[in-house]
Design a protein around this ligand. Structure first.
Ligand code: ZN
Length: 201
């Protein structure tokens, strides 16, 4: 997700020190983030069978690329890797706050209550549009050490996890936008094509 979602890191308590990297903008980030229109973003991701050093190194490279793009969340398919891996850092301005790494995340429950929020995405730079999603989500996943974890998220964290988990299914936030007029305008203004949206509404 893109960085207009600033602040609110209170729920990101999981310690991911083994994958922590400096929160800085690199001249040459290690991974290229694919953009809307690239079919790579539409392929579903596969489960990770073992959380090993290669997975942690991928997570580090994803974080380096995410911080370089001023993002707060990134899913592996966005860098062309079809694995169920997400990195999230809602507090990118604070060097001490560890990022979250989610391997094979699964939604257990979502709240009936919905909220509308303006989302952005590193794969659709410049485009910000309102999306309706559940306000809360309980998610199970493995952390960067392969330990099973469960989190009950609300607010920005829930929003970010649900956005990133959609990437694992090849779904992009613009697919969920119901305001057709704004969608067309925003995409056009930023050089993207309406045909590349797979509307789910
Ligand atoms: Zn995204």
């Amino acid at each position: 997700m893109a960085s207009s979602f600033a602040k609110m890191a209170r729920q990101a308590e999981q310690t991911s020190r083994t994958v922590q990297v400096p929160k800085q903008v690199l001249d040459a980030p290690p991974l290229t983030i694919h953009k809307l229109g690239d079919q790579v973003l539409r392929q579903p991701a596969k489960r990770i069978s073992k959380v090993d050093e290669a997975v942690r190194e991928l997570a580090r490279d994803m974080l380096r690329s995410m911080y370089s793009a001023h993002g707060i969340g990134l899913a592996a398919p966005q860098v062309g890797v079809h694995k169920q891996l997400l990195v999230i850092d809602l507090d990118p301005e604070n060097a001490a706050t560890p990022p979250m790494v989610l391997v094979n995340p699964e939604i257990n429950t979502t709240s009936a209550a919905l909220t509308t929020y303006e989302e952005g995405c590193l794969s659709i730079p410049g485009v910000y549009l309102s999306v309706v999603r559940p306000s809360e989500a309980e998610v199970s996943y493995r952390d960067e050490q392969g330990r099973p974890r469960r989190i009950k998220a609300d607010g920005l964290l829930a929003r970010c996890i649900l956005h990133e988990m959609d990437h694992l299914k090849g779904v992009l936030f613009v697919d969920l936008v119901s305001d057709e007029l704004s969608l067309n305008e925003e995409l056009k203004d930023h050089g993207f094509h309406r045909d590349d949206v797979h509307s789910q509404r």
